[in-house]
Design a protein around this ligand. Structure first.
Ligand code: 6PG
Length: 262
């Protein structure tokens, strides 16, 4: 049975620092238990801020970086050297500063990569990577998606998560693990994204967001809104869904949650 936890921090900076500290501890515990860990990264300001905080953490090298599998929940379908690319932002924030095993970093294809501008081919290729890894690590439940230990996600004010937007083809697609997204309301318009069923293969989903603009979506999701209208409502880990919020993003929650120094 999945449990939902909500922790509210005084501001976005404290949220990012605390999320990074939680990530170190959680990855170290997972690696101690089973030798390796798999984490899905997210784009967006909060997601990248967490990676920057992790880079600066004095505890960061408690993680065995060589035994960490990294995935992305979504990626902007732009050239590899574009500043809008989630992978490039993640590398600048953290990945290029720690001794990862490059063979265990699974990036989604850029628009100037092996598939050129064929975003459908890029999505299909990532689905194949997931299926191969799910088979190799023995966690395939038939979905062709590995059981990520932690999937980190942000969310938008209208309730999107990854690149799954309200009432979009992606949110209605329950037959694929990875989809191409076109005409995305949040620029850039073309993306590759995990679907909600793929996200739900994660043991833990961490939803991290700050700002008053997210408060309505947070409240709707925690009230059990329909995922086709509020996709982040469907972003649940099958063991744990952890909401890490700042005080303003939690501003419309009626139930009282943990508030360290909030
Ligand atoms: C992306 C992200 C997206 C992001 C949210 C929140 O590629 O844009 O995956 O889902 O996490 O839009 O972004 P902010 O934290 O910047 O508000």
């Amino acid at each position: 049975m999945s449990r939902t936890e909500v922790v509210v921090y005084a501001n976005g900076e404290l949220l990012a620092a605390a999320a990074a500290a939680r990530l170190v501890t959680r990855i170290v515990d997972i690696q101690a238990a089973k030798g390796s860990a798999s984490v899905g990264l997210t784009g967006g300001g909060t997601g990248i801020a967490v990676l920057r905080e992790l880079k600066e953490s004095s505890a960061r090298d408690a993680i065995d970086w060589s035994r960490l599998d990294l995935y992305w929940g979504d990626e902007r379908f732009v050239p590899a050297d574009s500043d809008e690319r989630n992978e490039k932002q993640a590398r600048e924030a953290l990945l290029d500063h720690v001794p990862l095993d490059p063979k265990r970093v699974y990036a989604m294809a850029p628009s100037d990569g092996e598939f050129g501008d064929d975003v459908d081919a890029a999505a299909a290729a990532y689905a194949e990577v997931l299926a191969a890894n799910a088979s190799a690590d023995g966690t395939d439940d038939g979905s062709g998606v590995p059981a990520f230990d932690i999937m980190m996600l942000g969310l938008g004010g209208e309730g999107h998560t990854a690149s799954v937007f309200p009432d979009s083809p992606a949110v209605h697609d329950t037959g694929h693990s990875v989809v191409a997204v076109r005409d995305c309301p949040k620029p850039p318009p073309t993306r590759v994204s995990l679907t909600l069923p793929a996200i739900r293969r994660a043991r833990e989903v961490w939803l991290m967001t700050a700002g008053e603009a997210k408060a309505e979506a947070v409240s709707l999701a925690l009230s059990g809104a329909d995922e086709t209208q509020v996709p982040v409502s469907g972003a649940r880990g099958y063991r744990r869904t952890l909401w890490l919020l700042d005080r303003t993003a939690a501003g419309k929650l009626t139930k009282v949650y943990q508030t360290p120094n909030a």
